[in-house]
Write a protein that binds this ligand. Sequence first.
Ligand SMILES: NC(=O)c1ccc[n+]([C@@H]2O[C@H](COP(=O)([O-])OP(=O)(O)OC[C@H]3O[C@@H](n4cnc5c(N)ncnc54)[C@H](OP(=O)(O)O)[C@@H]3O)[C@@H](O)[C@H]2O)c1
Length: 209
Amino acid sequence: MGAWRDMEKAVAQGKVRSIGLSNFESDRLEEVCEAAAIKPAALQVKCHPYYQQNDLKKRLAPYGTVIESWYPIGHGDAGLINEPVFTGLAKKYGKTNVQIILRWHIQAGNVIFPKSTNPQHIRDNFDIFDFALTAEEMDKIAALDCGKRFYHATLEEQERELAGPEDCIECGACTACCPEKIAVKDLVRELAMQQCQHRSRPAYVSALR
Ligand SMILES: NC(=O)c1ccc[n+]([C@@H]2O[C@H](COP(=O)([O-])OP(=O)(O)OC[C@H]3O[C@@H](n4cnc5c(N)ncnc54)[C@H](OP(=O)(O)O)[C@@H]3O)[C@@H](O)[C@H]2O)c1
């Protein structure tokens, strides 16, 4: 709870407006939410039409916490995007399949942050507020929920990707190895591996700082 209390302090000090959780779906979720003086505004988790997180939503409802979807369009998975239900609705509303998916998220109460490097897609992704899916259409999309995920990293792989700073337990090389906090992870990793002769896992983790 220490980290959460510190984030609550940041709200009290006016440094941030809202605080939330990410990838925290364990059975300790309720423990944190109950103890929190400021309830999480959002819980960021994977969520898309194949993985709708309905059970998690029920757990969050008492705290007023909303789901913030990562992979909202299934990481761009063509099988998901081209589901016939989206193609049919896209024709009906004069929208793209992705716009239908994003509109479904909004009506399902999800916060979304689709990612795109394509300027037209970025414009399209904002252009979803001039139509509404009917209750029956929402039900059809709800029927796609099948527990399919698109992210399968092991816990160890996730730790390597997300871990915070840590020096090599042997030589401490990594505090010095990325003083400029180079943003490109692979470059930082390579640098750390060169500088830490022990090639230890902490050095690798440190490189992701
Ligand atoms: N908290 C976490 O643990 C976590 C985990 C994973 C991801 N995330 C975050 O979630 C966000 C989204 O993740 P994501 O980018 O992997 O998945 P995503 O938003 O579901 O999918 C992105 C893919 O969809 C395509 N796309 C976007 N808009 C489109 C459109 N209008 N029409 C057709 N294709 C479209 C993009 O291609 P184009 O570039 O060609 O448009 C890209 O290939 C990112 O900011 C990511 O950092 C967070």
